[in-house]
Every structure is written in structure tokens, then in C-alpha cells.
Ligand binder design. Sequence first.
Ligand SMILES: [Zn+2]
Ligand SMILES: [Zn+2]
Length: 150
Amino acid sequence: MGRPQIEIRYRLKNGLLNTPCYECTSHKLDSSGYPQVRRNGTRQHVHRYLFQQVRGLVNDDVDVHHKCESKMCIRVSHLEAKVKGQHSSEHNTGKLAGEKHPNVKLTENQVCKILKDTEHTQQQLADKHRVGQPLISKIKRGERWSYISA
Ligand SMILES: [Zn+2]
Ligand SMILES: [Zn+2]
């Protein structure tokens, strides 16, 4: 029977999405904060490894994007294959929900405006700032950017 499976342990953690993240607890993080696995002498991110186990192999020019923005998450339904160029440009234009990547995020100014805004619905605010509604919800609940006081 095929290759031996690696043993991966994880814990449930509520994140940006409606379903909890599977936060990997069994593997060490690399310098960018992604859990890493060694297979046949090469290193790979655990989420990428698992994604390929479930969805099939992806080329080197394809990134496995975290829809939940949690680097430690290994839940395949939270992952999505994206061509590298498209992936980075979507992050750069803030098109993706819950931006947390270093090169794109809502500015503090935008977060302040969102916090103070009481006349728009969360969905309207999400559309306006081109982020996902779950992120707006989190900002409103003070779960993210809690260092900003409205
Ligand atoms: Zn996740
Ligand atoms: Zn991404």
C-alpha cells in the first residue's frame, strides 16, 4: 500500500472562516511560521503536503493559499491552489478575505473608520474595503487589531 503516511496532530482553533482551523501541533515551524515536514530529504510545508495528498499534485508555480489566513492551519478545505502571480497580485490588491500578509493589510486608519462606522452593514463595509465580511465582524468584535481603540 503506497507510501507511508506521515503522522500529523492538530488542534481545533476558531479562525476567520466559519469552520474551525486545524492548527498543526506536531511539526516545527519554519522561519516564515509554516509547519514543515521532511519527506525523502526535501522539506515541504505541511499544508502543501496535505493539500497534494488530498487534491493531487500541484506544480511549483502554484501556491497553496490559506483562505483562513492561518499559517499553521492544515485543514484542506481552508486551502486553495493559486497560480503564484495571481496569488500575490490578489494579496496586493487586498482582494482576499482577512488579509494578514505583510505586504497587504487594512491600514490602521481604515480599521478606525470601520470601528467608528455605524451606518453601514458589515457586508457593505467589507465590499467598500474589499475584504471579507468575517474580517469586518472580527474587527467589530475587537478580535483583530485590538490594539486600536476606536
Ligand atoms: Zn484554517
Ligand atoms: Zn495567500
